[in-house]
Write a protein that binds this ligand. Structure first.
Ligand code: HEM
Length: 366
């Protein structure tokens, strides 16, 4: 292909993915409709993830008034928020619960958009920005976990970072040193310490929020420009107006989300779900506590990592990454029935590993 042809081709490609002529109130709001069918509930999940994200921003900003990102004061500042700041325990608890609920809704959103083939042309960019949002959502969880600087957090982060270094053993020649270098860049010093806390803090409160805001902007713009995908093979029974009908229903779902979050935040301290004492401050001379585990949303990879050879997991991760990034092209001709089956299978795997991962682990370890 000659250069002018290639430019024309690229222009046409982008014009189809970003039909800017539709960037007006009439197309994006007044004329927008949502298909009504048996999978329509899936259309609420992106909005729900967005709601929990907004809660995270609001509660995170409140926590910032008191949190101190230093190894000497981080733990004490979190204790101070919990025990002395009026409403501090509630805000902290809501931030912890909303992080889990946001990750849960994002995972459900991936599974339903996949099942409804919402990634297909011309929504490839919606999907690809979504894959980036998925990675960032997990990165929020990983970086946030270290901030209270307690025994479990620091040790779990050490293990997580160590896993990056282990990849080196499977790479040839000079490349074998790259994972270690990446780990040291993230860690900032020889062991997890002040430099690591500063970096995780910068990532958690500035770099990741700015990045997610930009990518989310493109994601939502492309959703608005294309309207909702039809969701099922065949024609949907009917359509309803996005504004005000679906929008009001969206707000109702957000209201339920808020009530669930508020009740959980008020009645069930997030930490009470853990069997180990979360509130021990990190002691560099202390031993790694027994039974140390990452947050529940990493169980799908954590238990297989404990049971299977490391190279199998790495291979699995590469395949997963390629499949996620290549979805719009790999499943271009797959019908929605097959996509639904794949989605249910992936959902079942996630549920089984999250709920029964520990039992399966003990079963195989004897
Ligand atoms: C921070 C995380 C995310 C937020 C806040 C978010 C938000 C949204 C919203 C509000 C919508 C429109 C309503 C809906 O269809 O549910 C949407 C649509 C969509 N999202 Fe996301 N999303 C996120 C992550 C993801 C991820 C991880 C993927 C996939 C890898 C993804 C793929 C899609 C697709 C393909 C659509 C179009 C749906 C359609 O046209 O029917 N999103 N997203």
């Amino acid at each position: 292909m000659k250069l002018p042809d290639a430019i024309q081709h690229a222009e046409a490609y982008l014009a189809e993915r970003f039909p800017v002529e539709k960037m007006n109130y009439a197309s994006m709001v007044r004329k927008k409709v949502v298909p009504v069918h048996r999978l329509s509930w899936g259309y609420y999940l992106g909005g729900l993830a967005l709601f929990f994200f907004m809660v995270q921003v609001a509660t995170g900003l409140m926590l910032l008034f008191y949190y101190q990102p230093t190894v000497s004061d981080a733990h004490a500042s979190v204790e101070y928020i919990t025990d002395h700041v009026p409403g501090g325990a509630l805000i902290r608890n809501i931030h912890a619960w909303a992080s889990s609920l946001m990750i849960g809704s994002v995972i459900m959103h991936v599974l339903t958009t996949f099942a409804m083939k919402a990634f297909a042309r011309p929504r490839e960019i919606t999907w690809l920005t979504g894959v980036a949002l998925l990675g960032i959502t997990f990165a929020f969880g990983f970086t946030g976990y270290l901030l209270p600087w307690h025994q479990i957090a620091v040790n779990a982060t050490k293990i997580g970072l160590q896993t990056i270094e282990e990849i080196g053993a499977y790479l040839p020649g000079q490349m074998a040193t790259w994972p270690r270098a990446i780990k040291e860049i993230i860690q900032g010093e020889a062991s997890v310490g002040q430099a690591t806390l500063s970096r995780f803090f910068a990532l958690h409160v500035i770099i990741l929020p700015l990045t997610i805001a930009g990518i989310l902007g493109v994601h939502l713009l492309s959703v608005q420009l294309h309207g909702m995908s039809q969701g099922i093979d065949g024609s949907p029974k009917r359509h309803e107006k996005f504004f005000p009908t679906f929008f009001l229903k969206d707000l109702r779902v957000w209201g339920v989300g808020f009530m669930v979050l508020f009740i959980l935040g008020l009645c069930l301290p997030f930490e009470s779900l853990f069997s180990y004492p979360l509130f021990e401050p990190f002691n560099p001379k202390g031993s790694t506590p027994d039974g140390i585990k990452p947050e529940w949303y990493f169980f799908w990879i954590y238990y297989p990592l404990e049971l299977l050879p490391f190279w199998v997991i790495m291979l699995g991760q590469i395949v997963l990454g390629v499949v996620l990034l290549g979805t719009p092209w790999i499943f271009k001709d797959t019908n929605r029935h097959t996509l639904q089956l794949l989605s249910v299978a992936a959902g079942l795997y996630l549920v089984v590993m999250t709920v029964f991962g520990e039992t399966i682990y003990h079963l195989f370890q004897g």
